[in-house]
Design a protein around this ligand. Structure first.
Ligand SMILES: [Zn+2]
Length: 205
């Protein structure tokens, strides 16, 4: 079996006045997690673990934090992109293991529901998803939520099969159509890797 492993880590600071989103659930808590998106620390760590398993970069290379399109975005979008990258590379998930590190709220009462939600988002069975939680003992980080995630993936498509898929593309025009179609499926719009200016030049006129 051809397997690969990926690791992801994320942290967000607690902030009053926003909903607390962890593992695709909204949890009852006086504070949420600050972030450009919905701040879902667990989904971000899992996204990075999946991208890491196929050496496809990280969440920030696909979704730059300053991009207004991802303001308050549902982090399920990021996970979906990572899964599509995984599928395009010819791999599928074997299992995911995560550890949340946060002082509150208690995760144990909602861990079952959270596993079910994450399994649903990943299109896998619940026994392929593990969610554990610890308090940040001795770290003096009660105002921060952290998550560590590992993902094991296995190859489902041989490199030869991927090659034969591309061999049916006959003309340059077809190739361009297929590539732009794939890009729009995976990214919604083509990837932007340019660094945005820190000011709007059009304002300086
Ligand atoms: Zn994050």
């Amino acid at each position: 079996m051809d397997t690969r492993i990926g690791f992801g880590y994320d942290s967000h600071i607690f902030k009053p006045g926003v909903p607390l989103r962890i593992g695709g659930l909204t949890l009852d808590h006086p504070e949420g997690l600050a972030g450009h998106s919905d701040g879902d620390v667990l989904l971000h760590a899992v996204t990075d673990a999946l991208l890491g398993a196929i050496a496809a970069g990280d969440i920030g290379s696909f979704f730059p934090p300053g991009d207004p399109r991802w303001k308050d975005a549902d982090s399920a979008i990021f996970l979906k992109l990572a899964m599509e990258e995984l599928e395009n590379a010819g791999y599928q998930i074997v299992n995911i293991d995560t550890t949340l590190v946060l002082a509150a709220p208690k995760i144990v009462p909602v861990a079952g529901e959270m596993r079910a939600r994450v399994a649903d988002l990943l299109c896998v069975d619940i026994d392929q998803v593990s969610i554990k939680a610890k308090t940040p003992e001795g770290l003096n980080l009660d105002h921060v939520a952290q998550c560590h995630a590992v993902a094991l993936v296995e190859r489902v498509l041989e490199p030869d099969e991927l090659k034969s898929m591309s061999a049916v593309i006959e003309t340059q025009r077809q190739l361009e159509d297929v590539v732009s179609d794939l890009l729009s499926q995976v990214h919604g719009v083509p990837k932007r890797r340019t660094i945005a200016p820190v000011y709007d030049t059009e304002d300086i006129t």
